[in-house]
Ligand binder design. Sequence first.
Ligand code: UD1
Length: 333
Amino acid sequence: MKVLLTGSAGFIGSHVAEVLAEAGHEVVGLDLRSGADVRDGAAVDRLLPGVAAVVHQAAKVGLGVDVADLPAYASVNVYGTAVLLAAMARHGVGRLVLASSMVVYGEGAYDCAEHGPVRPAARAEEDLARGRFEPRCPRCGARLSPAPIGEDAPMDPRNAYATTKLAQEHLAANWARETGGVAVALRYHNVYGPRMPRDTPYSGVAAVFRSALEAGRPPRVFEDGGQRRDFVHVRDVARANLAALVAGSPGMLAAYNVASGEPHTVGELAAALAAERGGPAPVTTREYRLGDVRHIVASSSRARRELGFIAAIGFAEGMREFAWAPLGAPEPG
Ligand code: UD1
């Protein structure tokens, strides 16, 4: 089918473009890097005739630096998605795949041995400063075990990026209900792989570590390195987008975690990359960032069941490639 891919020249978008084209789809790209802005309704109008589905990857990404970033996040991510959805309605395009993020959940899921599933509050600065990194049971203060988070977990966006990703999901659900369209939101966990944008204040940790190693500096592991994430390879993420093109139901938004199903700690990530490159060895600094969550790992079962999506690239194999893969330019906008 003919697919409009926004963000087609970006890190994830460029891999999505390759996978869609390999599967025989005709890909029409829209990207700020080639002068086309998703906020420009007339530009979107020119690209939509004949398009059967939109895959929306264009976004301002990362955690942001401070409140001065708020207008840019709201403009690109919220307003841009609104412009796109209105244009889709004008052209009768009935299918959307949206790049969302696990950041919509906030802190991951946890079990207390005594109280079962609990939602810990944000960690207190005083605890972090004393090196008490693990969240505690809000009822008894006991240490918790991290559990895989499912798509029905409550939403708890804790920064501007997360808030705008959740707003995109809500707008997509509104659009689906109003138009009878099919919307699928893919909640990416920590994506890494070739062409990941190199180290900026907006980069994910895998790119930060890779950039440090390339410059001969040790990766700096914050907290005690025991924080867990699900690092998912960008080609697997692209395959999930392909699968999402034929999923979902009219009139609603379906959301899926896109993850490897193989959680690892940030310390393990640093060690694996440093080992592949022959050092320098990581240093664990016990620094902390107030906005960081401790553990967030995904349940991949809904994506497996409903999209038939299973990640194919394991951690060891993915890190072997990523340690030496070319990084991309910092993201624009
Ligand atoms: C990241 C992305 C988020 C994206 C999500 C899912 C950023 C900044 N965050 O969230 O936008 O939606 O993945 O793909 O892009 N750390 C270090 N050393 C460093 C930097 C970070 O140890 O030099 C640690 C952090 O303290 C944290 C972990 O690595 O515990 C992950 O950090 P990061 O990749 O920045 O953010 P996420 O919260 O995982």
